[in-house]
Design a protein around this ligand. Sequence first.
Ligand SMILES: NC(=O)c1ccc[n+]([C@@H]2O[C@H](COP(=O)([O-])OP(=O)(O)OC[C@H]3O[C@@H](n4cnc5c(N)ncnc54)[C@H](O)[C@@H]3O)[C@@H](O)[C@H]2O)c1
Length: 482
Amino acid sequence: MMGEIKTVGLLGGGVIGGGWAARCLLNGLDVVLFDPDPDAARKLEEMLQNARRAYRKLTSLAHGKEGRLKIVRTPDEAVFEADFVQESAPERADLKIELLARASRAARADIVFGSSTSGLLPSTLQSQMTNPERFVVGHPFNPVYLLPLVEIVGGNKTSKGAKELAAAFYSTLGMKPLHVRKEVDGFIADRLLEALWREALWLVNDDVATTEEVDDAIRYAAGLRWAFMGTFLIYRIAGGEAGIRHFLSQFGPALKWPWTRLVDVPELTVELLDKIEHQSDAQAGGKSIRELERLRDDCLVSILQALRGYGMAAGATLQRYEERLVAKSNPPVMSKKYELAVPLRLYEAFASSDGGNDAIEKFYAKAFDAARDAFLSYVGVDGSRGFAYFTVETHLAHRGNVEGGAQIHTTTQLRSLDGTWLHLFHSLFRSDDEALLATANQTLMHCDTYHHRACLPPPDVLRRLEEIAGAHARLPLPLDST
Ligand SMILES: NC(=O)c1ccc[n+]([C@@H]2O[C@H](COP(=O)([O-])OP(=O)(O)OC[C@H]3O[C@@H](n4cnc5c(N)ncnc54)[C@H](O)[C@@H]3O)[C@@H](O)[C@H]2O)c1
């Protein structure tokens, strides 16, 4: 019974076994692990630390108590009390066959064994086991504690029950089991990866591209789409309203062109076209091409924005693009063009929020940060001079909701200037109808970033601030400005 899996026996604690240990422990299961490497405990602890860090970022929900880790000296001890065993020893058939045979003799007869093998056939691996019907391949991906996919493959002696139990168990660990219909070398994922990998090796071998250029060709385009729609669904959209059949027919002739070293291609027979069309229709679940396009675009935007936070690949491109937009839209350092008799209108944007409290909250907070930055650059604060204003307090008041895509702008009023302290009041408006959406009070402190201490702003900045402060003192007090 599924609920009874409390202790997991792990054979091998390297990259993959360590990842399994982390996933199990962080899900509250006890782990008993065997690995002949005398350094295994240190490596495991280091991987666990990374996994804990990643889980804290992955979800803010409580994970419950971590399981206990015990490292033992023999495979027999690792499986003796286990309710499930996962083997992650080196990818050598002889070694795995012997290890599984030995461990299966020491384990309870009814517990399921999963193997992390990347592509060895389960029929081979289970051949010397006692009770081989309880053996499945449970092929994970690195890092095991984050990537959800686990391919489940049975051998010729595997029972249906073992496959179902393994799938149910992996699901409780937050994974996505994928049943592989036929026992085939490399299973599904590694066959796909292998095709790409072999082609990549040729490209480097033939000096068509460097290793980095090959990676760029993936991570700036197709890799981003694969993350949420894979290959077939993306190509369905590429076929437009005419559909996947049209796409296949259009690009059918290319299958005969020398676009790849992989030249053994199936004929696009009527049967194959029918099969793909039928399966693709089911996969699309009744969504129109336009709906799928919107879903694709939303997922891409989320991924691009997430990558921007790390300045990685396409996220770095987005970062540079935004910097250019900011440079274009930011006002020049204080010019007469700006009227000081009213609050300064220095920041405009389009709402990125699609509704929902969380999204709106984040968007407002971001808009006020941008309004502050625009104000600081307006008065000539330039971080590269070794000085900066740090925000010490922000009070945000929501007045209304905004729909995604709406144009917004902010106004900024300098409420007070007191030595190193600056108090700003921003208002955020929908530009169409001037509806007030939110306001923010911000207190900032001027600091010397080299010596890490508060100090007065440089004279030119102070002069500008004083000029604005003088003019803004005559403005009425904003409603929410306390
Ligand atoms: N690395 C990957 O990206 C990846 C992904 C999916 C699956 N896999 C598969 O996972 C398995 C493990 O690969 P890895 O990348 O963790 O390799 P690894 O070399 O990092 O780890 C293998 C571990 O097994 C230990 N070991 C050696 N002999 C052993 C034995 N007799 N019994 C138990 N442990 C033993 C080693 O000391 C080592 O710590 C392989 O079958 C591999 O194909 C690897």
